[in-house]
Ligand binder design. Structure first.
Ligand code: S3P
Length: 436
């Protein structure tokens, strides 16, 4: 599907609640599927990625009833497989485009003596799985994956805890190992080179599994085997989806937007700190937490004069999904913006490093890679062009925002990729535009 984005002659205005957090929605569905008893989940993101997790746990024997589906996302009743363990499915489990589904399921299934094959779409089938299967194999699971990518066939059970130092700061890797640790005997510890999002550590205790943490050492552990018990969870709005709305507000003159009910977990909102350093008019108002997850409201006002910033390697895990949209905004900032050590972008839903440089160049901006550092020189007048989403939801939304700032129309092909994380993105933008 092609999307046509043109410069807006009206500011974006008003209040909006973005859909449920994708990372938390996956975890709520997966942990409820592992649990003894029936969980009730509310405000779960209704998107292709989360639907992949729901279909996967159903195939593995969890009972998922969708009791409501509407503006407030999905309401689910999930009865998990508990102590019986997952059923062995007759056909491979299709994880679609979702790295979180695939990697977290590998960890969950590693604990059980069944043989399961995971497959994914073209993009997911190129993404590295060895970063998860290597530590899980050390715990005792066995894998067949000739290329280190999906399809992966797994045989689990009889796991022993390990103390593992991950080579990459990845919440998917950390979560997979901790989830395997739930079924393993003894302590399973994961240590990271930089802190990745900590949703698994915060949500597992709500399902009755204590998680030990040493923040200074960037370590987390579980003692297994542990019993996972049903829980009632309400998912806050996705700060990564909110980032697109916030940047839209910064690109369209005169805009003033309030994003309410959004997750404010510090391991997810480093982009707000970067925007603050760029001089953007941003205000954060914490409200009541959703369980262990901090939430609140973000106010943004159009800011004509933004300045370039340096985004350091240690910050990257806490804004890894926001780099494309921050790079777009950096084209409007005075000076050289540098995103250090962002090599991980090459193995996301697309090669985001190459795609961002290509698209910003087509838009008439100046962007290049210096090794693993992404460099954007601003400010630039953007021009209209045709851009390809590469089947990547975050690129599709970033390119759509480019059209709001360019002096000619931007067409985005493959725009349907937005359904992976933010199906109502264009409707939400249109509603904010209609408010002014
Ligand atoms: C996610 C972790 C991140 C992120 C992805 C979701 C998660 O991936 O990019 O969109 O839910 O744990 P990595 O763990 O590979 O960095």
């Amino acid at each position: 599907m092609q999307y046509l984005s043109t410069r807006s002659d009206r500011p974006l205005a008003g209040e909006i609640a973005v859909p449920g957090d994708k990372s938390l929605s996956h975890r709520a569905v997966l942990f409820a599927a592992m649990a003894e008893g029936t969980s009730r989940l509310a405000a779960v993101l209704d998107s292709e990625d989360v639907r992949a997790s729901i279909a996967a746990v159903r195939a593995l024997g969890a009972n998922v009833d969708i009791t409501a589906a509407g503006d407030r996302g999905l309401e689910l009743t999930v009865t998990g497989w508990g102590a019986e363990g997952p059923r062995t499915p007759d056909v491979p489990i299709d994880c679609g485009n979702s790295g979180t589904t695939a990697r977290l399921l590998l960890g969950i299934l590693a604990g059980w003596a069944s043989e399961v094959t995971l497959v994914g779409d073209e993009s997911l089938s190129k993404r590295p799985m060895g970063r998860v299967t290597d530590p899980l194999a050390r715990m005792g699971a066995s894998f067949e994956s000739p290329t280190g990518t999906l399809p992966v066939t797994l045989r689990g059970g009889g796991l022993k805890g390990i103390d593992y130092v991950t080579p990459v700061a990845s919440a998917q890797v950390k979560s997979a190992i901790l989830l395997a640790g739930v079924q393993a005997s003894g302590r399973t510890t994961v240590r990271e080179p930089a802190s990745s999002r900590d949703h698994t550590e915060l949500l597992l205790p709500a399902f009755g599994v204590p998680v030990g943490r040493d923040s200074a050492a960037r370590a987390a552990w579980v003692d297994g085997p542990a019993t996972v018990r049903a829980s009632d969870i309400t998912v806050p709005g996705d700060p990564s989806s909110a980032a697109f709305i916030v940047v839209a507000g910064l690109l369209v003159p005169g805009s003033r937007i309030t994003v309410s009910g959004v997750g404010l977990n510090p391991t997810r909102i480093a982009y707000l700190d970067v925007l603050d350093r760029m001089g953007a008019d941003i205000r954060i108002q914490p409200t009541e937490a959703a369980g262990a997850e901090p939430t609140g409201t973000v106010h943004v006002g159009y800011t004509p004069e933004l300045r370039a910033v340096v985004v350091r390697a240690a910050e990257v895990p806490a804004l890894v999904d926001e780099i494309p949209v921050l790079a777009l905004l950096a084209t409007q900032a005075a000076g050289e913006t540098r995103f250090e050590d962002v090599g991980e972008l090459r193995v996301k839903e697309s090669d985001r490093l190459a795609a961002v440089i290509e698209a910003l160049t087509l838009l008439g901006a100046s962007a290049r890679a210096e090794g693993d550092t992404l460099v954007v020189q601003g400010p630039s007048e953007l021009r209209g062009t045709g851009l390809d989403s590469h089947g990547d939801h975050r690129l599709a939304m970033t390119w759509a925002l480019a059209g709001l700032a360019a002096d000619g129309p931007v067409t985005v092909s493959g725009f349907e990729a937005v359904d992976v994380s933010y199906p109502s993105f264009s409707a939400d933008l249109a509603a904010l535009s209609a408010n002014s």
